[in-house]
Design a protein around this ligand. Structure first.
Ligand SMILES: *Cc1c(COP(=O)(O)O)cnc(C)c1O
Length: 404
């Protein structure tokens, strides 16, 4: 059973983040290292005994990785470059795994040279390549999931069927690799507990089959998908994922899987979004609030920001980030379509109804705070599409105020 041990850190304290946003006079991304640290500690308290491997792609900022490493986290890396960056935090290679099922021969050899011995896989071709370029390594097979219930289902491209998983781990055993376990990913920003329950069922079935064939894994990797709390859906409604219920389902699931397997199981988790999203924010500014008529005669207000899909808000066509206009707390509002500064019509919030209340008095240059964009936002910035360069970043809560 899960019990509370001592006072729980308040992962919703955003004081330091707000102070840094207020202090910024130019556009910047702010990461609150203490907030991320509290989020990590709170997650470990919810799922005792689970080893966390932060999915680096969600926020590959050195200071963030360093803070997580110092707290005991390891890393889920997707390329030799990410492995090298993870190693620079000082963690030993046994806390890093290669979680990407897609890798070339050269990628595998380089990861092996860097000391990584745990590899995700989902095909016979990949297993053969790992056996050749990372002899003796441990492999865990990723099971496909439907992705149902997630904002970004990661189905089809990753993972294999239960039958394939058997073949893949059997081939691993036959080629001198260690068939160490199974993994899943329920889809990013998963909103339902049912998806977690279904993942557990599928893991249990495959574990049972594997045991039957004399393959007894010692680890299960539950992947990512845990939600952020502060983002809005495409129409601007709070997402409100049932986080506490998810944790309960995961704890029960671990009990169930332990009961199925003939040997003790270690559990891993690869959260990305959940650890960083709500502890990062952008200070941007208003480019223009303008008012126009469309061809069909309808009138629309448009709020153009200095920051959009290509320089910090990559996911803005699938969700809304909460906006705050610190210099206009009250007054009259208009309902506007929100968009970024580039000449690309994808560079905006979904244009099918998700209007945002914007103070009528905002002027070009006024600051805008964009909340809960610590994950998959700045990490996806282009090299400067239309000349809009990636934003600089600031970290607060570090020993010094680091600047990148
Ligand atoms: C992206 C990714 C994650 C993190 O997913 P989140 O939804 O951000 O938690 C975890 N594992 C793998 C293999 C991934 O590709």
């Amino acid at each position: 059973m899960h019990t509370d041990a001592g006072p729980r850190p308040d992962r919703r304290d955003h004081g330091a983040l707000r102070a840094a946003l207020a202090a910024a006079s130019e556009d910047t991304v702010v990461y609150d290292l203490d907030g991320i640290g509290r989020q990590y500690v709170a997650l470990c308290a919810e799922l005792p005994g689970v080893a966390v491997r932060f999915a680096m792609k969600a926020c590959s900022v050195d200071e963030v990785l360093g803070r997580l490493a110092a707290l005991g986290s390891g890393f889920d890396a997707a390329s030799p470059q990410e492995i090298a960056q993870a190693l620079r935090t000082g963690v030993s290679p046994d806390r890093i795994h290669y979680g990407n099922t897609i890798k070339s021969d050269r990628n595998i050899a380089e990861a092996y040279r860097l000391g990584v011995r745990d590899f995700a896989t989902d095909s016979l071709e990949d297993v053969a390549a790992i056996a050749e370029h990372a002899p003796g390594a441990r492999v865990f097979c990723r099971l496909a999931t439907t992705g149902d219930g997630a904002l970004w289902g990661l189905s089809r491209k990753f993972g294999c069927s239960p039958e394939d998983a058997l073949r893949v781990l059997d081939a691993a055993r036959g080629s001198g690799l260690v068939p160490s376990g199974l993994s899943v990913h329920v889809g990013s920003q998963q909103m339902t507990t049912e998806a977690w329950a279904a993942a557990v069922e599928s893991l249990a079935d495959v574990l049972e089959e594997l045991n039957w064939f004399g393959i007894v894994p010692n680890q299960v990797n539950l992947g990512g998908g845990l939600p952020a709390l502060g983002m809005l859906d495409r129409r601007g409604r709070p997402l409100e994922p049932p986080l506490d219920k998810m944790f309960a389902v995961i704890r029960e699931g671990m009990e169930r899987l332990r009961a199925v397997n003939a040997a003790p199981l270690d559990f891993l988790l690869e959260p990305g979004r959940h650890l960083v999203a709500d502890h990062g924010a952008i200070r941007a500014h208003v480019a223009r609030l303008s008012s126009r008529h469309q061809l069909d005669g309808t009138h629309e207000d448009w709020l153009f920001l200095s920051c959009g899909k290509f320089n910090g808000l990559y996911e803005m066509d699938q969700l809304q980030y909460r906006l705050e206009f610190p210099t206009h707390p009250g007054g009259q509002f208009v309902d506007a379509v929100v968009a970024g500064p580039t000449c690309d019509s994808d560079d905006g919030y979904a244009q099918d109804g998700g209007l945002v209340r914007v103070p009528r008095a905002v002027a070009s240059g006024d600051p805008v705070w964009i909340h809960s964009c610590g994950a998959y936002a700045a990490a996806y910035a282009t090299r400067g599409f239309n000349g809009f360069a990636p934003l600089p970043y600031t970290c607060v809560g570090g020993s010094e105020g680091d600047r990148g």
